[in-house]
Design a protein around this ligand. Structure first.
Ligand SMILES: [Zn+2]
Length: 370
């Protein structure tokens, strides 16, 4: 695999695919450059200037459209979509989301470890990359609810051993943590000993209590209600995950001005099915943030680069991407849409709808075949 990439880069073998004539959105340099993308074994081997001659087995004219990374949603719950993982994947992929970090705390409240194991099994062969977290706060308000399961340190160990579980799910009982509750701390400690990332939920804490939460090793928060809280959490080294319902002009201004940019993400958290179908997925949060004045490249960056998840090992989705281009060329509707994009050079509303339909059908057939 690595050898194929170097061979293509050295010009000793053709690229599997070259997408020419695209505006590549580079989220590392915060710039947009015209050029081509060379792909080998489903991986981007390199990007090249428009004049560079590239040998390729297949080539697609991108019609000067923007080429973006797939979106990464680092805080969400599959259950709130009311869809099975397979059907959720169809919708999310058609909206450009290629990775989600899902906390299965609803299913864990009902079915415990078996529920999380079942969900992990259902996610394993999807074309969508799913990282699961081990639900930390089950039940979320001990003594006040009749949940079907309790998570203590032993259950946490068992959850983290499930293949596909990559981190600790949002620690919601922030008052218990800040008050030094032993059970909650032993759950966090069990996860920290596994070396995984620790997700938080700390809406009400500020000052010394917020610092205590951070000192417990919690890496992130997605319940930031104000620009001031965003600044406070960034200053403490939290990764701040901003969801759509928190977006306003003030927060967006604070995001534009933040001195540290690599610890801000846009996330969806809970998107019920009607909103998912009407508005879309993380793409909607990105659009909304831009509407409110967020720098567009920043918005895309917040939905794509995640240092936070950098050490997480996940199964490859190369195969999905690889056969997508074949599908687009060979399927009559797909070829017609690609042809319209190539000849008109832009993606109008009708073409976009047609493309969505084709992508949904491709994803359906991919899921069926795997
Ligand atoms: Zn959440």
């Amino acid at each position: 695999m690595l050898k194929d990439i170097t061979e293509a880069m050295l010009g000793r073998r053709p690229f599997d695919l070259v997408i020419r004539n695209v505006q590549i959105v580079n989220v590392f340099s915060a710039s947009i450059v015209s050029g081509s993308i060379g792909i080998v074994n489903g991986h981007i081997a390199g990007v090249f200037g428009p004049e560079e001659a590239l040998d390729s087995r297949r080539s697609i004219d991108g019609g000067n459209a923007y080429a973006l990374h797939g979106s990464v949603d680092s805080q969400m719950h599959l259950e709130s979509s009311m869809l099975t993982p397979e059907h959720f994947a169809q919708v999310a992929l058609s909206c450009g989301t290629t990775t989600v970090c899902a906390d299965p705390h609803e299913i864990a409240n009902v079915l415990g470890i078996e529920g999380v194991r079942g969900l992990a099994d259902a996610c394993r062969s999807l074309p969508l990359r799913v990282l699961l977290t081990a639900p930390s706060t089950i039940p979320s308000a001990p003594g006040l609810e009749d949940s079907g399961f309790d998570v203590g340190p032993a259950e946490m160990e068992a959850l983290l051993d499930i293949p596909g579980v990559a981190g600790l799910g949002e620690v919601m009982d922030f008052n218990a943590v800040a008050a030094g509750d032993e059970r909650m701390l032993s759950v966090i400690e069990a996860a920290a000993n596994h070396g995984v990332f620790l997700d938080g939920h700390v809406s009400a804490l500020t000052g010394r209590r917020l610092q205590t939460f951070r000192a417990m090793g919690i890496d992130s928060d997605h319940t930031v209600p104000s620009a001031e809280k965003l600044r406070e959490e960034l200053a403490l080294g939290f990764t701040v995950q901003v969801q759509e319902c928190m977006l306003n002009r003030e927060i967006v201004q604070a995001m534009n001005d933040a001195p540290v940019q690599d610890r801000i993400c846009l996330v969806t958290d809970d998107v019920p099915l009607p909103r998912l179908m009407r508005q879309g997925h993380l793409n909607f949060v990105v659009e909304r943030a831009i509407e409110l004045g967020l720098d567009p490249i920043r918005a895309i960056r917040y939905a794509t680069i995640h240092d936070y998840l950098v050490n997480v090992k996940v199964p490859d989705v190369a195969e999905y991407e690889k056969s997508l281009y074949e599908y687009l060329d060979n399927d009559a509707a797909g070829a017609a849409v690609m042809d319209t994009i190539r000849t008109t050079g832009n993606l109008d509303k009708d073409t976009e709808e047609q493309l969505k339909t084709v992508l949904t059908r491709y994803t359906e057939s991919f899921v069926k075949a795997h």
